[in-house]
Design a protein around this ligand. Structure first.
Ligand code: PMV
Length: 322
């Protein structure tokens, strides 16, 4: 039985991906830039099982929901068709982060699955091709193939992968204000934003511009500018999302309290900047030397965890993911 185990970490975007120009190939409307984290790992084992009738997918030891299983099978179908195989697979996955709470578990999930499935089915793919493959599972997974700071290029299928980019050292303080599953998936919310938000076109244009500015700031090691662009880009994304019909609000009162506290931190001379994905939880970036102070100040607003830059998805020796 051919089997492979891979581990991947989520990434948090400093310039967000929000909107597709191709739903089938998952090509983004604009490029994005993120930091791959050193916490909240997903570990996934893929084992070929030619005698099985269909794929089996377990998540944290329990059978996954039909929706989750379907998404995994659709992804493994892509790998099977490239490998010329018809063998079903057993996929066992373990997630350290709460699934669906805006902590990008789909990014680590599909990055780990891409590496484990490609290997188990015998595909010989380089990092860019693995990144392109992961993209087909979930857009943000494209960036989790890369260590640390990662830039995902917009473009056609061949050009749309992620690569490393240099930048200032930073820590991320994750403030979990609510670990419940989000009400509207990012996939559906992206569609609705593109279809109904009057600010969508402005969002896409401004993001392309922010990405150019962010690239310059990263290369210059300019933490302040990186932070300013990060917070502005997140607020612009949420403004575009809130303006769709029917409206979607991911930021809750607890999230806004963290943004307020971060503003106060800056007023007090500690440089910190907030961002949030498709959920209520807030991620605060700071210089590594300030992370403990930031975490202490935000501790009353949710569960806090300090993380730094982590590795891109990779194979690891087999271990029990059951
Ligand atoms: O990969 P998806 O479809 O879950 O989209 C993720 C979108 C955000 O996390 C909100 C932004 C980003 O760039 O990661």
């Amino acid at each position: 039985m051919r089997t492979a185990t891979a581990r991947a970490h989520p990434n948090i975007a400093l310039v967000k991906y929000w909107g597709k120009r191709d739903e089938e190939l998952i090509l983004p409307a604009a490029g994005s830039l993120s930091l791959t984290l050193d916490g909240f790992a997903t570990t996934t084992t893929v084992s070929l099982d030619p005698s099985a009738a269909e794929d089996r997918f377990t998540l944290n030891g329990a059978a996954a929901s039909p929706t989750q299983s379907e998404r995994v099978t659709r992804f493994v179908d892509l790998v099977r068709s490239r490998a010329g195989s018809s063998s079903p697979a057993v996929v066992r996955s373990r997630n350290e982060a709460p699934t669906g709470a805006g902590l990008a578990s789909s990014a680590s999930g599909f990055a780990a699955l891409a590496v484990a499935a490609a290997t188990a089915y015998g595909l010989d793919l380089d990092r860019a091709d693995l990144s392109r493959l992961a993209r087909r599972g979930s857009g943000s997974a494209t960036r989790s193939l890369v260590d640390g700071l990662s830039i995902w290029h917009a473009g056609d299928d061949a050009a749309s992968f992620a690569e490393p980019i240099d930048g200032p050292a930073m820590s991320m303080v994750i403030v979990t204000v609510d670990a419940a599953e989000k009400a509207v998936s990012s996939r559906e919310a992206m569609r609705r934003t593109a279809a109904t938000s009057p600010y969508y076109a402005g969002w896409v244009d401004s993001t392309a511009h922010s990405l150019r500015e962010m690239t310059t700031a990263c290369r210059a090691g300019d933490f302040t500018r990186v932070g300013e662009i990060t917070e502005l880009n997140a607020l612009r994304m949420h403004a575009a999302i809130e303006a769709c019909e029917p409206s979607i609000r991911y930021l809750r009162a607890g999230s806004v309290a963290v943004f307020d506290a971060v503003e106060q931190l800056r007023a007090d001379g500690i440089e910190a900047y907030a961002t949030a994905d498709a959920g209520p939880n807030v991620v605060v970036i700071s210089r590594p030397a300030d992370a403990a102070a930031v975490a202490e100040r935000l501790g009353g607003l949710g569960a806090v965890r300090v993380v730094g830059a982590g590795p891109g998805a990779r194979l690891i020796p087999e271990e029990d993911c059951a």
